[in-house]
Design a protein around this ligand. Structure first.
Ligand code: PHE
Length: 349
């Protein structure tokens, strides 16, 4: 009898079934309980022996029920864990990563080339004062050079005129950074200044109202035009390889004397054909610029250090370099924010 009950308990399929068995055997009216109650009717000699047997059976049943209950609970937990498990081996959802704009990449490369030659990269404001953009660069009012740079003038919002007493414009070139840097720094130094510039012009495939320049300025004693050419040649070789060549053609910028336009011999790697690529303007810093800088320094209470100094400056167009390198036929493509265009310049990650 006990063996059958124990077998039944060990086979109980669920906690509910097990509880039903417990009630049937050990509950108030359970089979074993009834027998224990019936002990009193037995003759005393038999009662002792039967009582011991029944109590042993009760303990055995209770132990079996407890152990089976433990098993069933463990099984239930295991089933739940299996059902609720997360499959951590599933591939994740793609997270769209950003990428540097192609012009930022090219500017970064250019700045890196000069940094490795000991230049420091500095920045200036895009909303610039007329004084830095023109006057201090030897471009006085009514000078025809101001017409060459069709300018976006900024007008202070109504009520803010007092905060902006001097005329502000969107800088037409990065050259104002020359004046800003010299007015607070001591020569000798070498700097490059990357950034956006703005011209109020009709746009077409080669002209945009906004584009990028890299300005360079080196000031010290006995700096010559040969140093300028050497610096630009080193840049051209870093960009286009050891065969690169640099050519100077006389030109005019009010803030350099002599002034040149410089071009780089560029061989298209796809066609193998070469061409002179007009990259920018350059020259020796004009004495008038040094004079304006010293005047500004004296106004600030700083020692005038620039009279008699020598230096060269250059400014180049970044879009030109990118357009040739990547065969981009229209400058406007850089600023239309079309991902189909921009994603072609994703850097490997
Ligand atoms: N700022 C000139 C331009 O935008 C380029 C230039 C820079 C020329 C420095 C000479 C020296 O056209």
């Amino acid at each position: 009898m006990l063996e059958d009950w124990l077998a039944e308990i060990r086979a109980a399929p669920s906690l509910e079934a097990l509880e039903a068995i417990r009630v049937r055997l050990l509950g108030k009216k359970g089979e074993l309980t009834q027998r224990l109650k019936g002990l009193g009717k037995l003759p005393p000699e038999a009662r002792r022996e039967e009582g011991r047997r029944l109590n042993e059976a009760k303990r055995a049943l209770e132990a079996a029920i407890e152990s089976r209950a433990g098993e069933l609970k463990e099984e239930a937990l295991a089933r739940r864990l299996a059902a609720e498990a997360q499959d951590v081996t599933l591939p994740g959802l793609p997270f769209p990563a950003g990428n540097l704009h192609v012009l930022t990449q090219v500017l970064g490369e250019l700045v890196g080339i000069f940094e490795r030659m000991g230049y420091r990269a500095v920045l200036g404001p895009e909303a610039e004062e007329e004084f830095y953009n023109f006057d201090a660069l030897n471009i006085p009012p009514h000078h025809p050079a101001r017409d060459m740079h069709d300018t976006f003038w900024l007008k202070p919002a109504e009520g803010f005129e007092a905060r902006f007493p001097r005329p502000l414009l969107l800088r037409t070139h990065t050259s104002p950074i020359q004046v800003r840097y010299m007015s607070t720094h001591t020569p000798p130094f070498k700097i490059v200044a990357p950034g956006k510039v703005f011209r109020h012009e009709a746009t077409d495939a080669t002209h945009e109202a906004m584009f990028h320049q890299l300005e360079g300025l080196v000031v010290g004693e006995r700096i010559t035009l040969a140093d300028l050419k050497g610096a630009l040649l080193a840049m051209a070789r870093a960009l286009y390889g050891p065969q690169a060549r640099v050519n100077f053609r006389p030109s005019y910028f009010p803030f350099v004397e002599p002034g040149v336009e410089f071009e780089v011999w560029w061989e298209n790697p796809r066609t193998g054909r070469g061409q002179w690529l007009e990259l920018g303007g350059a020259g020796m810093v004009h004495p008038e610029v040094f004079r304006a800088v010293d005047e500004l320094r004296e106004e600030k209470g700083l020692a005038p250090l620039y009279r008699g100094m020598t230096g060269f400056a250059f400014g180049l167009g970044v879009e030109r370099i990118a357009m040739l390198r990547y065969q981009v036929p229209d400058i406007r493509a850089f600023f239309q924010n079309r991902l189909a265009f921009l994603n072609q310049f994703r850097e490997e990650v």
